[in-house]
Design a protein around this ligand. Structure first.
Ligand SMILES: [Zn+2]
Length: 385
């Protein structure tokens, strides 16, 4: 994920925080120092309250991290690769290379997060029982027990993409045999839940005190986030199902047009851009791909220089992203969206095999949608491949 800071590595997984976490950290520290702890341990110095706030916020950060690590470690034990965890505004995201292949994997991966939070709540509750009543330590342990309980329970709510929503999806997936159907239902519950939270947040804002006001904005924000993420996840699954099994080979041109770096810009424009109505071409020297030349590259050059300038002088060399004809179309789509590029080079065993544009992929997706692809593929089978 962009706009995040890498912190450290645990068990081969990069741990990072999204910038929004810094804001949340300050907000939580402030509400603990000025609100919660003044009530639970009255009569302390202001500095003490702020120190308690900072320590408790850091502990909360570690608890959220443990919750996410639990997801990631189970995912990895089930054979999926996990590169990194990013802690952000509502908790964390484990960056998985792929989605779980079977309902059972998704179930165990999802359930382990809330279970971790509930276990942590139990541990902090036990420690709080052991510590002397009314002390600073007692108050912090009490808060950590409470917040982990809230995290555990909130994440068990069955709205996708919350953990509980993933648990629901895995059960529906197993029962119906269709990942698309299961996602649709779980995401709808997620969206309804999101709207309910927005409604409740607005009610809190209209009726509450100062803390009620802040809490209301917070609730509404979480609701908005939940409903929009549920919708985005639903669309993503649809798209993935639509493209499942489709290869780059299926949409690439069998005889791709290429130019050599020695071609003059004049030739390029009259012979290729004008005649073929193309906007970009791969530049190949023998078997090697040297770069891409686009209309934008040409536009930067005065017309009188077209006859004397070679393509090699104006082409774009790097960074170029490549796919192979055997790669999935969904991988190509992921590359263009993640890196915000318009073209991908196609390499076949080190040779220049043409180019795939973002427009080609989008046109293909639209075609599949129009042909009424029903999303039934091998991936939807409950036993998987
Ligand atoms: Zn979780």
């Amino acid at each position: 994920m962009k706009s995040s800071i890498r912190l450290f590595r645990v068990a081969g997984i990069d741990i990072g925080i999204h910038y929004s976490w810094l804001f949340i950290f300050i907000l939580i520290t402030w509400s603990l120092a000025e609100g919660v702890f003044r009530v639970t341990v009255p009569g302390e110095e202001t500095l003490t309250y702020w120190l308690m706030g900072v320590v408790a916020s850091l502990m909360l950060f570690i608890c959220v991290l443990l919750h996410e690590l639990a997801h990631s470690l189970v995912a990895r034990a089930r054979g999926m690769s996990v590169n990194s965890i990013t802690l952000f505004i509502l908790g964390g995201v484990s960056n998985l290379e792929e989605e779980p292949a079977r309902p059972a994997i998704e179930f165990s991966m999802a359930i382990v997060g809330p279970v971790t939070s509930l276990v942590l709540a139990g541990v902090f509750w036990g420690l709080e029982r052991l510590s002397a009543d009314g002390t600073v330590i007692d108050a912090m342990l009490g808060y950590l027990a409470y917040i982990n309980l809230v995290l555990g329970i909130f994440n068990l709510v069955p709205g996708f993409p919350l953990d509980g929503g993933r648990v629901l999806r895995s059960i529906l997936w197993s029962a119906t045999g269709s990942l698309v159907k299961a996602t649709n239902i779980a995401a709808t519950v997620g969206r309804l839940l999101g709207w309910a939270l927005i409604g409740f947040g607005v009610y809190q804002v209209l009726t509450g005190s100062m803390f009620g006001f802040l809490g209301g904005i917070w609730t509404a924000f979480i609701g908005w986030f939940l409903s929009s993420t549920a919708d985005a996840s639903r669309k993503e699954v649809m798209l993935r199902e639509l493209l499942s099994g489709k290869k780059v080979r299926d949409i690439m041109s069998p005889k791709p047009e290429t130019v050599t770096p020695d071609t003059t810009v004049d030739q390029l424009v009259t012979d290729i851009f004008n005649r073929k109505h193309g906007r970009a071409l791969p530049v190949c020297q023998g078997e090697r791909t040297e770069g891409i030349v686009t209309i934008t590259d040409v536009k930067g050059l005065p017309r009188e220089k077209w006859a004397t300038t070679k393509v090699g002088e104006i082409m774009t060399r790097a960074p170029l992203f490549t796919v192979s004809p055997d790669d999935d179309v969904s991988k190509a789509l992921k590359l263009v969206t993640q890196h915000d590029v318009n073209q991908l080079l196609i390499q076949r065993e080190g040779t220049c095999a043409g180019m795939l544009s973002r427009a080609d992929i989008i046109r293909y997706v639209q075609l599949l949608q129009e042909l009424g692809h029903d999303g039934r593929t091998s991936r939807s089978s409950p036993t998987g491949a």
